[in-house]
Design a protein around this ligand. Sequence first.
Ligand SMILES: [Zn+2]
Ligand SMILES: [Zn+2]
Length: 358
Amino acid sequence: MGRGDGPSQAARPALNEETTEGAATDPVAALRRIAYLLERSREPTYRVRAFRTAAATVEALSPGELRARAAAGTLTELAGIGKVTATVVTEALQGETPVYLRRLEATGGRPVAEAGAEIRQALRGDLHTHSEWSDGGSPILEMADSARAIGHDYIALTDHSPRLTVANGLTADRLRHQLDVVAELNERLTPFRILTGIEVDINEDGSLDQDPDLLARLDVVVASVHSKLRMPKDEMTRRMVIAIANPHADVLGHCTGRLITGGRGTRPESQFDPEIVFEACRQFGVAVEINSRPERLDPPKRLLRLAVEAGCKFAINTDAHAPGQLEWQVYGCDRAAACGVPIERIINTRDVDSLVAT
Ligand SMILES: [Zn+2]
Ligand SMILES: [Zn+2]
């Protein structure tokens, strides 16, 4: 990635949206470069336009006024400049490549699909799958065999929890029984490993819908919101943070709950404060799931970028309900690449022992 020749305040470098050259420390060029990169990753037009509008506003200012406003923190008083674009401008003026731009450039200018393929190659397993024990369509063994056939070393079997009755969620007794079945299967499948797990509902009060002692025995606990998705923002934020702070939670499943295509119709994102939620994930070491199901693709890219900024860990999962769906991981990998998710922060690139140990 070209960083240019360091800060050169003497003259505004020629604008070139095709490369980073000149974009690093010139606020207008940086804003336009961000717009270009967002376009390339097919972000909605309004988001792209926000950066171009901000670029036009900044360009109309004298260099003196721009610096004075950046120093005084009053850039956001200008029409078309918000918190994010003001930060980009301020960082560029300080002679740094803005963090936002750096993240967007993280694919190194390569096509997203190529960077996505590299991430897919690094994955060793899948941490969110369902069997016929809850609402999946296939026996556990078939899911495991298919995962092994596509090169995985492990999958976590994460069937639903009791309150999700529409999905035949497992009672504590059925889950205990499943643990015995998985233990037997693992003896046959070794070195492949089925990790024990659950996709546990996050109850309305933030508690988790399964016996804590049982949760403590599982290798992987994916915590997801499946009910009251429309609760007010503040309440949803509190609910999610309580779940994330639960010592048994390992992964935050499909965080917005949105549905964007498919037979189940569409559903808007649930509302929560992403900065608080992702900060909680970072603090408590809970991985943010990148859910690869085509109708989910959750979180949306703008939130995924925020989670990268927040320093979160990630798990790229399929949420497969049938063996063929295990291949959907590539969709999540492409999104991770487009949003600059560092490979070393993706927990399912780890081998099974180091994964389970943490
Ligand atoms: Zn779910
Ligand atoms: Zn699921």
